[in-house]
Write a new protein. Structure first.
Length: 189
């Protein structure tokens, strides 16, 4: 870790992107120029979050995906820019308080998976029946063609309008910081 700390200091880096498990190995006071850290790719343990925030650093979790080790009274909120649908039927929005699959939409949404039309069709939906009726004001161009990515994250919309991460849909697990699809392992066995 000494090389990373030295590089951050020598280059006076103020922004970087790191995984929480790697961030845990660096002390904030060892990198005084580092003001903002984009974190992602795995669970964000509450102790790492608190340790770095106490140092006055800004932690940014991009996209909709958020993993947290928080338990009990702590909750990981995703903010207002996403919504949940019934995980069995993407044409049905879930009511406040119910668990649904997180969808994201925006101008930088991927076109799909390279050379994997079936995987793209399973992960992206276009023009769900509720999109223009309930969320036309959120569309980049207003009413019209709408495209959403189904993240596989299960979330709950709470009364204050925040979205709380609940878990993952399917058989994905984390192994040493890498997302592993258990079905892929089963297919190889």
């Amino acid at each position: 870790m000494g090389d990373i700390t030295k590089t951050i200091n020598d280059m006076k880096i103020s922004w970087t992107s790191l995984m929480p498990s790697f961030l845990r190995t660096i002390k904030p006071e060892a990198v005084p120029t580092l003001k903002s850290v984009i974190v992602g790719g795995e669970s964000m343990p509450l102790d790492v979050l608190n340790f770095w925030r106490c140092g006055g650093r800004q932690l940014i979790q991009p996209r909709a995906r958020l993993r947290t080790g928080a338990r009990g009274q702590h909750r990981a909120t995703l903010g207002f820019a996403s919504l949940g649908v019934n995980s069995a039927d993407c044409n049905r929005l879930v009511p406040v308080g119910a668990v649904g699959e997180l969808l994201v939409e925006g101008p930088i949404l991927a076109r799909g998976y390279l050379d994997e039309a079936d995987k793209t069709a399973a992960a992206f939906i276009e023009n769900p029946v509720w999109a223009d009726k309930h969320f036309a004001h959120h569309a980049p161009g207003g009413v019209g063609s709408r495209r959403f990515y189904m993240t596989g994250d299960l979330v709950r919309l709470v009364p204050d309008g925040n979205i709380v991460f609940v878990g993952r849909k399917g058989n994905q697990v984390k192994l040493r910081g890498h997302r592993v699809e258990l079905g892929d392992i089963e297919n190889q066995a």
